[in-house]
Design a protein around this ligand. Structure first.
Ligand SMILES: [Mg+2]
Length: 236
């Protein structure tokens, strides 16, 4: 973000979710989570029927294994499981399987060119995982900061952290009213509301348009292929 508000309007902080919003990384992350749990904790269960959408990586791991391994063993193994997850993901994530969602490359390009816009990430991915997924389409260059699953297992604790990181990165104190959260899950929308920010929902992930609309986001899109309309909604 360059010098604030040269057109008299307030700077905007736009925070993007990763999976289902910026891109799809296929099954690699899910498979890597299972492989890490098997390697570190000997857990051989299945994740079928679990909805990972909008959850942080530590929360996903905890929900999968808590019952069988217990809280104490889980907490003491968590950092080893996450390290193993990153290792597994590095081996499993094929660059060609990482697919940007419609309109996203153009939308990021346009937002990055806006002088009064700062871009950040707000994602349940741990940072090492998020950076790996964003690498193939070249999206890391748009996001110098963010709040991640390793900052807190509770997604609802992440927005204030993202605001603090934005302040460190830009020197500007964003008020919640100047923040826009963009995501594909119900939790992204509710997360935005918990902060007092505007939430823009996009139905390019596993959650249906109708289900997202029921949470009354500030705006909702089937996808961002109409970049002009997306820009207008974000900068409104
Ligand atoms: Mg998502």
């Amino acid at each position: 973000m360059r010098a604030a508000a040269d057109d008299g309007r307030d700077p905007r902080l736009v925070l993007f979710d990763v999976d289902g919003t910026l891109l799809s990384a296929g099954r690699a992350a899910r498979d890597s989570i299972l492989a890490a749990l098997a390697a570190v904790l000997g857990w051989e269960g299945s994740a079928d029927g679990n909805d990972f959408s909008g959850k942080t990586d530590p929360q996903i791991l905890r929900e999968l294994v808590l019952e069988s391994v217990g809280a104490e063993r889980f907490e003491s193994a968590l950092s080893a499981v996450l390290d193993r997850y990153v290792e597994e993901l590095r081996g499993r994530l094929r660059p060609e399987a990482v697919v940007p969602k419609p309109g996203i490359p153009g939308l990021l390009e346009r937002l990055a060119a806006e002088p009064r816009v700062a871009l950040g990430l707000l994602t349940g991915n741990i940072e090492r995982g998020a950076r790996m997924k964003l690498e193939p389409p070249g999206f890391n260059r748009y996001f110098s900061f963010g709040a991640f699953g390793d900052d807190s297992p509770d997604r609802y604790c992440l927005p204030p952290i993202a605001l603090e990181r934005a302040r460190e990165a830009t020197g500007y104190e964003f008020s919640p009213g100047g923040v826009v959260i963009v995501g594909d899950s119900v939790h992204d929308v509710l997360c935005g509301r918990s902060l007092g920010a505007r939430a823009i929902a996009v139905a390019t992930g596993p959650t249906s348009f109708e289900k997202l609309a029921a949470e009354r986001p500030s705006a909702i899109f089937s996808d961002f292929s109409d970049v002009e309309s997306a820009m207008e909604a974000i900068l409104r």
